[in-house]
Design a protein around this ligand. Structure first.
Ligand code: ZN
Length: 357
């Protein structure tokens, strides 16, 4: 049974507007990069970041596809399907663009800036309910920090976007300058499903199918969570929040149990971690609700939420235009009604201080 959420004025923490093609970014590039993009012959290319076929259900729900072009490229459709349909107050745009993964760090930085400026001009200026994540070249912290500083004055940018699979674990000090900048400006680090493909997407090597790649994402989220906690990122940056986006969350209870139990045995190796890992996650990390690995009996999901042990960690998301549910049936069965307002509104306001501006 679907839950009508229109009255809440929900905050959608994961939608995906898409850059239609490289030509759309030309006005936001300097002369050098405009020339390079044209002379290299990649101006007509769609640099949408996906290793999945564009018509696969995980890429686009059939009724959310425009007549022309890829899903997420049409502002009018996005307004009616992703915002009006759910009574959304704010929605945070996470454009999954190839700029996030280029190995050429200068090109990555130029294209991240271009996508950010394109987002501000063509989407944020046109639709007051939209907010956005800043794309950064995460493998070049110096350039990533410069991009955060360049855009920090614009309060419509509320978060810094990472992919869950980069070159090294996210807790490493290599990334800490980015966390310092994000904390300073009240921006969470949003960690979205996806890979830069610097490493195989699973610890056992390269698979063959989309099935393997997509299911393996939760392994990556588990690894990153423990890396951030055990390396002491949240000790160094006590004001930092991390949002795991499109990560799932029903795996948390078993993960918490195993992490806390192991920490008790080996805690002397991480003396800065003076409380169980699950406590740190409950304070600093948030998870978006789509997709939910939904059990057949709603009571089982209620039970999982009890085992997670906090009302603060879940954030509403539609993951528009990816296909995880039918119609407006975005709230998984088993979420207790008294938790709904927290998931739809209050938790996001507490996580993203810049939404209040
Ligand atoms: Zn998503």
């Amino acid at each position: 049974m679907s839950t009508n959420i229109a009255e809440y004025g929900a905050i959608d923490c994961d939608i995906h507007p898409a850059v239609p093609n490289m030509r759309a970014l030309l006005p936001y590039l300097d002369e050098y990069w405009r020339d390079a993009i044209v002379s290299r012959g990649i101006v007509g290319a769609n640099q949408d970041l996906t290793s999945y076929p564009p018509n696969a259900p995980l890429s686009a729900r059939p009724d959310w596809k425009p007549e022309k072009g890829n899903a997420g490229t049409d502002l009018a459709l996005l307004k009616s399907q992703a915002l009006d349909a759910f009574g959304t107050r704010f929605a945070i745009a996470n454009p999954l663009h190839g700029a996030l993964v280029y190995a050429n760090e200068y090109m990555a930085a130029a294209l991240c800036s271009a996508v950010n400026d394109w987002m501000a001009k063509e989407w944020l200026d046109a639709e007051p309910r939209l907010r956005a994540s800043i794309l950064v070249p995460a493998e070049s912290p110096e350039l990533a920090v410069a991009e955060i500083e360049r855009l920090a004055h614009d309060k419509r940018f509320v978060q810094v976007l990472f992919l869950v699979m980069g070159s090294i674990p996210l807790g490493k000090r290599f990334y800490w300058p980015i966390y310092a900048a994000a904390e300073k400006h009240g921006m969470p680090i949003g960690v979205h499903a996806g890979s830069m493909y610097r490493n195989a997407p699973t610890s056992i090597g390269w698979g063959s199918f989309q099935l393997e790649d997509y299911v393996a994402q939760s392994q990556a989220f588990e690894g990153q969570l423990l890396s951030l906690v055990s390396e002491g990122v949240f000790v160094k940056y006590p004001g930092l929040k991390v949002v795991m986006i499109e990560s799932g969350f029903t795996w948390l209870p078993a993960y918490f149990w195993r992490a806390d139990k192991t920490w008790r045995g080996v805690r002397s190796e991480v003396p800065w971690l003076n409380r169980p890992p699950s406590d740190v996650v409950r304070e600093h990390v948030r998870f978006t609700i789509q997709p939910t690995d939904e059990p057949p009996d709603p009571k089982q999901l209620t039970r999982v939420l009890e085992q997670i042990g906090s009302d603060d960690v879940l954030l509403f998301s539609t993951d528009y235009p990816h296909w995880h549910y039918e119609g407006e049936d975005v709230i998984p069965a088993g979420i207790p009604p008294e938790l709904l307002r927290k998931i739809l509104v209050d938790n996001a306001l507490a996580t993203y201080p810049r939404l209040a501006n």
